[in-house]
Ligand binder design. Sequence first.
Ligand SMILES: [Zn+2]
Length: 408
Amino acid sequence: MRPSAALTAACTLALLLGAASADARQARKVGRGASLHQGLLMLDTHLDTPASLALPGWSIMAAHDVKTDYTQVDLPRMKRGGLDGGFWAIYTPQGPLDAVSTRKARDYALMRASAIREMVAAHPESFALADRAADAARIKAQGRRVVYLSIENAWPLGDDPTLLQAFHAMGVRMAGFAHFRANQFADSSTDAEKWGGLSPAGIQLLAEMNRLGVVPDLSHSSDKALDEALRLSKSPIILSHSGCRAVFDHPRNIDDSHLRALAAKGGVIQINSVYVKAHARNPEREAATKALEEKYPEDRRLTLAEYAAMLAEKRAIDRRFPERDRATFDDVMANLLHAIKVAGVDHVGIGLDWDGGGGVAGLEDVADLPRITAALLKAGYSRADVQKIWSGNVLRVLAAAEAAAGKS
Ligand SMILES: [Zn+2]
């Protein structure tokens, strides 16, 4: 070997060894991050995934591709992202307030609650129903996923707030009053004012939540409804999927003074991935999407062929009218970090509205969740802080609702 060749070989070896040890260092670092992430108890407070359970041929046990079928949560992706579970929503799109429509909504909501329970019953090795705050850690330790039930839109309760008892018996531990429109219980943040906050029936419903130990969820309700709930509730309030108006001025988000009031009463805001930044209007895409939604309404059961056709039409809309300046992972983090700064680290959590309109560039489905943990650590938050954000705070709020239950 010529000296220069020997030198080159030695240099190459040194470089390789250097690279190898850098790789090893990187692997150890990633390993620590990954094990930290995997060791966390991670709950999301707004999973609209029960809607997927009604899709023909769809299984929670199989891995799906968000780009192909638009779903964002299934067991394989929960495992990849470290998501232990959360609150699985019984969501009912708002309809007319007459008795016949309301009864239909009640049956629809009961069916959805049954579908969630059937999912758990069909896969007891993978999922478990959770009733109390303490259940989540126990279920995780068993290697299973945590299923709390929640209500998004209390319209199906009709004129009888005590019907909440039936849903409580089925496992509901969190309930929201309204959705996009005002209903019999509350004003909506995205509709004209009807009650000036909670209605008399809404105040009764809040009392019923307190009596049963159900966490009152004021996401989607108007600011005045939130004010009333903060004043009247015997247990802390949750915003299960909301953002910060200081980051994006939208009525679905809340301002800093409400963030502080929520925290002062022990409550928690769970950061959403919808309404995280201002969008330029995209009228052609909006019109095409609206037409598709009218053709395939949310509460209609599709055949396999209809489902395939709907997905093909949806992908065609994406190709013809792509989303403009789509929100990104950084926009979600801007909301999260602002909420922590204003409300404090004990009053913020995660509720990204998966399968309900959530997901942004860089946070497409639950497999991407480790990015949030990494960003929080990078921002200087401790492991203990990150654990509070991922579940400690919401479980404290649930435990407070349990403690307040039954007290007059
Ligand atoms: Zn929602």
